[in-house]
Design a protein. Structure first.
Length: 282
């Protein structure tokens, strides 16, 4: 089945950004992925979804389902210059965007339909029988931030076992850590299946990473520690103790792809070898 493609920007859109990509402003932390509402509307309406653009939100109604209202960005004004025989003319257009996280988790919570995410670059989204792709060849979208949020949501459902703990992402542009270790884990899973790794940082905060399985059946995940032992639940992720040579704990999870609350978003995996020692980064 051919899936429609929805245009996604990997940086926070601004009027200057819309005119010149080099002027785009990075998001805090991971780049969320900003979906062009016009592109999304065309995709959804073509599948029978009612789409209404309100002042600062988007109201979606899937056939036979209740309305789902999702916040969007404020209108962003972009200007395009066009040359005609009469001279140069400037056209002003109004563009609106919605973050990929807001769209997917909003649909999972409010549409009453099963929502699934599959893939890493330009992932496929399923909302009931509707299928579309986030990202295009011209504007590829990296779904890392979505998977990190699935992981955090899954931890919250297990109970407040780690209250008040700060969270850091391995791929965050504002992570603050420079000493990182790459673990290559043999999982022998389907190409592109996404895994995540949780450890604790020196201050006791959570340190997270996610990555897809490569063609050799390995997944490469980053921690702050060279030597880790795998545990079965987040409560066993005790804060690391000094000196640095003492064993550190990690939890490996496999993403199921499901985003709605009716199905677990991750499953914990304990490798046959319960210990991993990081190798050189490539």
């Amino acid at each position: 089945m051919t899936t429609a493609q929805v245009t996604v920007l990997d940086r926070l859109p601004t009027p200057a950004c819309l005119e010149n990509a080099t002027s785009c402003v990075p998001d805090e932390g991971l780049r969320r992925g900003w979906i062009d509402v016009a592109s999304l509307r065309a995709t959804l309406q073509g599948s029978g979804v009612r789409v209404e653009t309100l002042e600062s939100s988007l109201r979606l109604t899937f056939p036979g389902r209740r309305e789902t209202v999702l916040p969007t960005s404020m209108n962003l004004i972009s200007r395009a210059a066009a040359t005609s025989p009469a001279g140069t003319r400037t056209t002003v257009t109004s563009d609106r965007y919605i973050s990929s996280r807001t769209l997917l988790f909003g649909l999972a919570a409010g549409s009453g339909l099963p929502v699934r995410l599959q893939g890493w670059i330009n992932p496929k989204v399923s909302v009931g029988s509707l299928h579309f792709t986030l990202g295009t060849a011209a504007t590829p979208f990296d779904a890392c931030e979505i998977y990190i949020n699935v992981l955090l949501n899954s931890l919250e459902r297990q109970g407040p076992s780690l209250p008040g703990v700060s969270v850091h992402w391995a791929r965050s542009i504002s992570s603050g850590f420079t000493l990182e270790e790459q673990h290559r884990l043999q999982v022998n899973d389907q190409l592109g299946t996404v895994y995540g790794l949780l450890t604790r940082d020196p201050s006791g905060g959570l340190y997270l990473d996610a990555a897809p399985v490569d063609s050799s059946g390995q997944v490469k995940l980053t921690t702050l520690w060279k030597d880790v032992t795998f545990v079965r639940n987040a409560a066993q992720l005790v804060p690391p103790m000094q000196p640095l040579g003492i064993q550190k704990h990690a939890m490996l999870v496999r993403f199921t792809g499901w985003l709605d609350s009716g199905t677990p978003g991750v499953e914990v995996i304990v490798p046959e070898s319960v210990r991993s020692i990081a190798g050189p980064r490539n």
